[in-house]
Every structure is written in C-alpha cells, then in structure tokens.
Design a protein around this ligand. Structure first.
Ligand SMILES: *Cc1c(COP(=O)(O)O)cnc(C)c1O
Length: 508
C-alpha cells in the first residue's frame, strides 16, 4: 500500500508525547561505551503514531472484520463483555505475589472455572496451568508417563496417534520422550480398528485421539477404541481443542478419555490467532487426577476473620472492628496436587484468558453452551451439504463442527487448494485451513462456528461457487490472487527460507 511506514515518516524534533518536568534528582548516564546514538528510531507526531498502528490493524483480517472459517481454530466472535470483565481493576491490577487473603476473589474465579470445566468434560480434576493447547498436550502426556512410572511400568514407551491428528500431537509425543506409532484411518474417517488392534501391546503407554477428529467426524467406534486401549494397559489422551462440537452433548470422560486439554482460546471465546496468550487447561480422570500440573485452586470451609473478607471485597466496610469476629465461609488456596508433574508455567497460568472464558461460560450457562454446539454443528452441515455439490468431499457423512473439502475443480486441472484460498481473500473472507489434515489431498478444512448468520454462510457459498466458475473460465485470476489485499501473491518458499522479520532502512 502507499501509506509510508513510520520509520520513513520520522523527522528530528517531532514528538508524540510530552513528559512532565523532572521532579527527582537527575541520574548519571551509564559510561560512554555503553551508550549509542546510532539507533535509527523514528521521531513522529502523536497523529502519525496513531495512524501507523491503525493502518497496521487495517492490513490484517480478524474475526471482527469478516468471516474466518479457519478449520480446527474455532475463530468464533469474541463477545466484548469478556474484555470489560478482564479489565476490572480487581482482576487486572492484581500481582501474583500478593498474599492469598488479598486475592480470594481471583482464586474463587479460577476455582469456579475449574469446576465449570469439570462439569463440561466429566473429569475429576482440572488444572489451569498450561498456556496453550500444545502445552496442555505436553502436560497430559507427561502425566501418562508419570502414571506408568509410579507403577513401575517402565517398558511403555509407545504412543499411538491416528494419521488425521493435528501436528502438535506427534511433536508433543517426541518432546515427552515417547515413540510415536501412526494409526491408519478407515474409509469412513474413523480410526481403523484392525490397525489399532495390531499395534496394541504392553509397550503402549497410551493413545492420543481427537474426537471429533480433524475431518470433523465423530469416531463411530469411540467406546470400542478406549476399551481396547485400556485393556492393553494404556491410557487415552483426548485432544480437546475441538470441544465446540460437544458442549452439553457428551462428556469426554464418559467416552473413556483419561486426560484431555481444552483450548479456552478456541471453544471459550478468547481472542487468538496472533500468537497468544492462550490457555490450555487439562482435565483428568480419577486415575490421573493427582498428577495434574500445579498449583491448582482448592476450596475448603473455614472460619474467616471479618477483616480479611472486607480487605478482599475492597468495600471499605469496617463493620468488624476486631479480627476476632469470624464467620464460616469458603477459603480458596493454591496448592500442588499430591503427585503433580510440577509447574508448567510461571505463577498460575494466563489469568486474563481465564477471566474471559469464565465470563463466557457464566454468561451462556449450561443451556447456552448446548445451543453453541447445536448451532456450530448445524452451520457446518449447512455448508457441507451445499458445497459438496461444488467441490469433492472425501468422507461424505454428517459432520460435526467442521468438514474437509478437496480444493479441486473439474475441467480446471491446475487449480490447487491454495489458489482457491488466495482468491477468497479478494471476497473479503479468510481462507479455510489448507493442506490439513494430510490424509485429504488439497484439503480445505472449513469451520464456520456458531456465531455466523445464515446471510454470511450464504455469502461464503456464493464466493466458493463463483471461484469454482472462475477456475474454469479464468484460471490465471486464481493463480495470481489475491488482487485486493495489501500484499499480493507471495513466493511462499522464498519467504520461508529468507526470513525478513523486521523493517530495515535501505542499505542496513
Ligand atoms: C489448535 C489445536 C491444537 C493446538 O492448540 P494451540 O493452543 O495452538 O497450542 C491442538 N490440536 C488441535 C486439534 C487444534 O485444533
């Protein structure tokens, strides 16, 4: 775009801020060798600065700008009340080193979030420590490792993972020191049961399964799979990033999972996509409950001094003038579970994300969460039924919250999924996930989420239908797309090999 970037706008003497007069003694500068005057920092006005950042925000596509059907990422609309709650002074201005009695409200929120996630998933214990989904996977797989080790069962070094799995699953397995064994999918998109049986042995530590899987399909043999793995002495890890399809319908613990992570930043509506922060709590069955990472929040009935409660509520009510006045109440404290795998994160996890997810859950309640899932599944099936007439569908079954088309167009043999995705940008929509899952050629993985209206879904159908037509009549248009974005078609191979991660003045 033509807007000059801020480094080129600067001129000496311009300033975007005015500092107050110095009211403390002037400090000595560090010794000269530690100082430098060759930093090419821009000097700009406040207006220039504002325009720079607003311009950058306009170059980006977000869910507040347009449709964002990025499969497996659950780019639902994030209600803005979540932001208001996360900015409440009593929540945003607390410090992790504050004494327990001054943060009882924060701990109560974390405790109630743990309890809500237990109710949603059916698990016995939940830890809010992990910072993201992949981090929750690592927690869960380390819990499985420690469980087997605590029983002296040390020959279990294999982790079974279906070929439809998210790439983080094999990466987690390797990080935790396990060896991965890949399982085939059958022709309905389920785990191939014969292949599973063939790989079960007393060397299997467990299995990582995403259900519904990344094809958007609920495994029809889930109870048989978890039974077989348990019978062989293994434990079941659930990748719960896709909980959007299950809320209020089924609890993973009841289908035989022993441990699972949730992505608060997907299912529970906290903004993501820019690299963080996220939150990936893990839930565990009774066998693994004591192994969850800590500390977690415990609640117990206690005698509480009135002045402590007043300090916590910050209500300035000094009705109790002596600390000897007590009442019975709930006291919240952070403790390590008995056999915890330990800390995974400094302090207590990403508290701001927890506040947003808690707000979302409390706002919707059980009935609202069920509606979320029903609408997410309905929206995905609506699109699938119409679009399978336009693009090939490898696994033609009722889908859950997402589905995977093949980005192929009859009579347009050199059109690839990438061309279709890039062209969608010209229609003001974010592309679906491309080339994943790996078992579908030219995969276009589409997740509309529950927050889109029928009007938006119909606009997407229109765009996808027009693009298929363009592919036949004017394939160059697709090969060169996007035409309307701030940056047009990139040489992705060169961009990946020759990383340029920041602006540099000419010749530097
Ligand atoms: C997003 C996702 C993950 C990883 O979550 P992060 O928070 O990005 O680490 C894992 N599995 C599945 C199926 C996902 O969709």
């Amino acid at each position: 775009m033509t807007e000059p970037i801020i480094y080129e706008l600067g001129a000496p003497g311009r300033c975007a801020a005015r500092l107050p007069d110095l009211d403390v003694p002037r400090a000595e500068l560090p010794p000269a060798p530690l100082l430098r005057d060759d930093l090419n920092l821009p000097e700009v006005t406040e207006g220039d600065l504002m325009r720079h950042y607003v311009h950058l925000s306009q170059m980006n596509h977000g869910v507040d700008v347009g449709f964002y059907p990025l499969g497996s990422c659950t780019m639902k609309y994030n209600p803005k009340i979540n932001e208001d709650m996360a900015r409440l002074p009593g929540l945003v201005e607390t410090h992790p080193y504050q004494p327990e009695e001054t943060v009882q409200g924060n701990l109560r929120l974390m405790y109630e979030l743990q309890e809500a996630l237990k109710a949603i998933t059916g698990f016995t214990a939940v830890s809010l420590q992990p910072a993201a989904g992949a981090h929750g996977e690592l927690a869960g797989v380390l819990m499985i490792r420690n469980y087997h080790q605590s029983r002296g069962d040390t020959q279990r070094t294999l982790m079974l993972i279906p070929d439809s799995a998210h790439g983080t699953n094999p990466a987690t397995t390797a990080m935790a020191g396990f060896e991965m064994v890949e399982l085939k999918s059958d022709n309905r998109g389920n785990v191939d049961l014969d292949d599973l049986r063939a790989h079960l042995s007393d060397r299997v530590a467990g299995m990582m399964l995403t259900n519904p899987n990344t094809l958007g399909l609920f495994d029809e043999n889930i109870l048989e799979i978890t039974r077989l793995v348990h019978e062989a002495g293994g434990l079941m890890y659930g990748d719960g990033a896709n909980m959007n399809a299950l809320l209020g319908i089924t609890k993973p613990a009841e289908t035989g999972f022993d441990v699972m992570h949730l992505n608060l930043h997907k299912t529970f509506s906290t903004p993501h996509g820019g690299g963080g922060p996220g939150s990936g709590p893990v839930g565990a069955s009774p066998a693994l409950a004591e192994f969850v990472p800590g500390p977690i929040v415990y609640a117990e009935e206690a005698l509480i001094a009135e002045d402590e409660v007043d300090a916590e509520n910050g209500n300035g009510n000094n009705a109790a003038d002596s600390p000897s006045e007590y009442h019975r109440g709930t006291w919240y404290s952070l403790r390590m579970p008995p056999q915890s795998i330990g800390r995974l994160k400094s302090f207590y996890g990403h508290f701001g994300v927890m506040v947003r997810a808690y707000t979302y859950i409390r706002m919707l309640g059980a009935a609202g969460l069920l509606e979320v899932t029903e609408a997410a599944v309905l929206n995905a099936n609506y699109l699938q039924v119409i679009l399978k007439e336009v693009y090939p569908l490898s696994y033609d079954r009722t889908c859950m919250h997402e589905f995977v088309l093949r980005g192929e167009v009859e009579e347009a043999p050199d059109i690839r999924a990438l061309d279709i995705s890039k062209r969608l940008i010209d229609y003001g929509m974010h592309p679906p996930t491309n080339y994943f899952p790996l078992i579908v050629p030219e995969a276009l993985m589409i997740e509309p989420t529950e927050t889109e209206s029928k009007r938006t879904l119909d606009a997407f159908v229109d765009a996808m239908t027009k693009i298929a037509e363009e592919a036949r009549t004017n394939p160059e248009l697709l090969h060169e797309a996007p035409h309307k974005a701030p940056v047009t078609r990139l040489d992705e191979v060169r961009a990946a090999r020759n990383l340029i991660l920041r602006w540099q003045p000419d010749g530097e």
